[in-house]
Design a protein around this ligand. Sequence first.
Ligand code: FEO
Ligand code: CA
Ligand code: CA
Ligand code: CA
Length: 681
Amino acid sequence: DTNVTVNPAQLGFTAVAKNKLDVVSVPTGYKVQVVNRTGDPIAAAVPAYKNDGTDTNFAQRIGDHGDALYWYGLAATGTARDATSSTRGLLVQNHENINIQYLHPAGPTNAPAGPRPEAEAIKEIECHGVSITEVSEGTGRAWTVLQTGALNRRITPNTPVVFNGPVKGSDLLKTVFSADGTTGRGTINNCANGTTPWGTAITCEENWAGYFRRASTDVAGRTAKEITALTRYGVTNGSTNPVGNFGWATVTPADASSTVFKRWDARVTGASATADFRNEPNQMGWVVEIDPYDASKAPRKRTALGRLGHEGCWPGAFVVGKKPAWYMGDDSRREYLYKFVSATAWVAADATAADRLAIGDKYLDSGTLYVAKFAADGSGTWLPLVFGQNGITAAATYPFADQADVLVHARLAADVVGATPMDRPEWTAVNPVTGEVYLTLTNNNAAGRPLAGTDAANPRHYNDPTGAAATAQFGNPNGHIIRLKETGDTTEATAFTWDIYLFGAGADLDAANINVSGLTADQDFSSPDGLYFSRPTNAAGQVKPLLWIETDDGAYTDVTNCMLLAAQPGTVGDGGARTITNTGTGGVTATQATRVGAAPTAATLKRFLVGPVECEITGIDSTPDGRTIFVGIQHPGEGGTPAAPSSHWPDSQATGTAGATVRPRSAVAVITKNDGGVVGL
Ligand code: FEO
Ligand code: CA
Ligand code: CA
Ligand code: CA
């Protein structure tokens, strides 16, 4: 890319200290603004949000738990795309989950056991999904949202969607709602994201399984194969939650013909798949493509990319004549890293095609889904998940019937080929200069990563006592970031090399075996999650791309709120081999060899931002000029109650406090530099 000069750029800010303040803290010389708070109206005539639990009509408001977000530029006026715009655009944001206690005046009624009131369930459902809003920069670098933006849009779990790719029309997708298995309703638990050069947004369905009603004892009328699949994906809920996370299936709607609640009931109650909702869980767990510039087009579920607990879906480099790829984490303990390689080589003119979702059909509906296997010597392989190959056949323990079955049950196919179980694969990010792929492995516990169960790619087992009582926390409670270099630097590769870029840890922990990356107090973090390289071209004629690392701390929230760090990483192999001595209960030790990247320095890794109380730092994107970044602040005050919220952010942003009963809201923090320069440099 001729726009990029790979020369040293300095991280031009002073590190932000760890803290537990109820504000978004940024370096001196930076400004925080807040847009798109939970409940903000995004259509004409929708009343302002009262934030007292009485508000309704969330299908026309910003949803809760904003997670990944991405900027899509607009021309100066109208609805046309302008990918270069840094002052007017669309923010596409995921709304992953809800803080149910703040959505109702005194908390929810009968949750989750039921019977749940219809009006409460409607609000909760509509708080999930995706929002698209028009945002722009005005004078004084003030960012505002246009409530009446022509492309403003909510996609909720009730929005009509269509299925594309090999699973479209499969018996596995047939339900009362879609007798031919080609359509569905909405999307849920949208976590991280992806994008395309043709201007569409990709959203991913992560922890969808828990919303469905089905006890683990609910096996009558099911085949052994079905039960294996439901269990593998967690559609069991068990004895503690047999009605699903929020008990929506327990609603008796005023309109008896409505199925918007019943569809969350996955129990077998009819004579066939199209007589009940047993297959409804198969309609979730996909990657979904949305055209943010055309509200008339239904989102398309891209089944060729497999059904997982999809965290994110980030593309590799687009090279003319080469087949593009998307890298995908499946976030659960001991799940895998996947890659989808399109069947079609990239044609540059497709980036500006008028029918964007038709270009999606071209690149995302046929191709090969691979899963990663990491070897101890720093090499690795991409194993294809193709019916009839490598044991993925009718003779497998879970007998596969066809490629649709393989894609619906991609986790089971990945088990067959011997993929490497990871410490919770979250976001992927791709260095726009080198093409190297980064993957956050947020953390794991002792059951998921026991002392005797480490491997080179998931090498640590230790105790990081945390919390007021210093509760023992064995396993890999701080997580790590692994990175891959594709053989031949091409997305089409079936092999790669890898090393571990960073290990999460407190700076006070054992430097030999736990704080392996040697993090200082200006750099230390736990549980990396969001991960993003800012765009390489900007007004400053940039330089090395910045890597932004967001945390969802499992083991460090006794010391600090979650955070955002900026980094300038090197390349795979810039470090070397290393042996870690792990320690389990009773002081028992074991060694594990691994591959570790060069340690960060004060110049290559710094804490840029700390969030408010009980939040997670989620989505991030910058304008193309790099002068504005948008950061998702998710679920502040998630542990509080309506009577005693544990955070009051964003109302607390200015002073650190707000009225004692002011409810917290997820929101997007807009960060700009007072001198007008590129954020981070
Ligand atoms: Fe929704 Fe794995 O984070
Ligand atoms: Ca999240
Ligand atoms: Ca995440
Ligand atoms: Ca997380």
